[in-house]
Design a protein around this ligand. Structure first.
Ligand code: AMP
Length: 287
């Protein structure tokens, strides 16, 4: 695997690849890699002749400094895991490489309603930071295909919109969420859970499944309440920040299942000190 820390060296290498007509896939990450990340790499490897992974803990998308400081960093293990899984190129820049002029204003996008609810409401500035870093990384790597996880569904919608706004030719792919056998969505933050908290965190997915199971008998509002009650009963000191059933396209709340061709239930829950998010795309309904 080639490891590049500078834009200059990465671009020199990629230019030669593009001249050989390689199709370039890109998997941006913040490291502390797990099987979920590796599944994105595998998707990219199937679609493209060359896949670039990046590891960059982007300071501009953290709205709490403590969250940034505590974000797990496991670079040595990440490099080994990428190598084991046949990754050809890793881009591992430092902050100065990505933001050489930190005082320059970040590009501001109008995402309409997409960045208003859920993560947008609870993490002010988060999506601007995400859009800023993805724009910058795309400018550097100039891939043909971009692979992102459904795990961060709202982020996927934001990047989809950003690509439309900038009329980018990059093709965006959404890859399914990988889960632990317990149902807990794999996340870099899971490392910070105690064994007991990890067990409890599995109830997050069960709450989402409860919504799916109750679709035939309950309207969205009541299905949402049932899931919130489930979380409160099953996770000690559970602090659900939100649990919303929304139109998967617009992210607006739905009153009736039939209001949207596709709905998605999204949640963020604090388990101990760890903030976890998850979501489930729901089957279409006629009522
Ligand atoms: P992160 O390192 O958390 O910024 O995630 C990098 C990419 O991996 C994002 O596109 C995430 O949506 C995706 N990802 C994170 N966790 C999972 C998972 N459990 N399954 C699939 N993709 C994931």
């Amino acid at each position: 695997m080639y490891l590049f820390k500078t834009i200059k060296n990465l671009q020199r290498y990629l230019l030669a690849c593009k001249n050989r007509n390689e199709s370039i896939g890109f998997v941006p990450t913040m490291g502390a890699l797990h099987e979920g990340h590796i599944s994105l790499l595998a998707f990219a490897q199937q679609h493209c002749t060359l896949t670039v992974c990046s590891i960059f803990v982007n300071p501009t998308q953290f709205n709490e400094k403590e969250d940034f400081d505590k974000y797990p960093r496991t670079t040595e293990a990440d490099i080994a895991l990428l190598e084991q899984n046949g990754c050809k190129v890793l881009f591992l820049p430092d902050v100065e490489e990505i933001y050489p002029h930190p005082d320059n204003p970040a590009p501001v996008f109008d995402f309409g309603y997409l960045d208003k609810p859920m993560e947008g409401a609870h993490r002010p500035g988060h999506f601007n930071g995400v859009a800023q870093v993805v724009t910058r990384l795309l400018q550097i790597v100039q891939p043909h295909h971009l692979f992102m996880g459904q795990k961060d569904y709202q982020q996927y919608k934001i990047i989809d919109k950003m690509l439309q706004i900038t009329q980018s030719p990059v093709v965006l792919h959404m890859c399914p969420t990988l889960r632990e056998p317990s149902g807990l969505a794999m996340s870099s933050r899971n490392i910070r859970l105690s064994p007991k908290e990890r067990e409890q965190a599995a109830h997050i997915y069960r709450a989402l499944l409860l919504v799916q199971q109750s679709m035939e008998v309950l309207p969205p509002k009541q299905a949402r309440m049932a899931a919130l009650n489930y979380l409160e009963q099953h996770i000690q000191n559970a602090q659900p920040e939100y649990l919303e059933i929304v139109n998967a396209h617009t992210l607006e709340r739905v009153q009736h299942w039939k209001d949207a061709a596709q709905t998605v239930v999204c949640t963020a829950v604090r388990v101990g000190n760890v903030r976890l998010i998850d979501n489930l795309l729901l089957p279409p309904q006629t009522t």
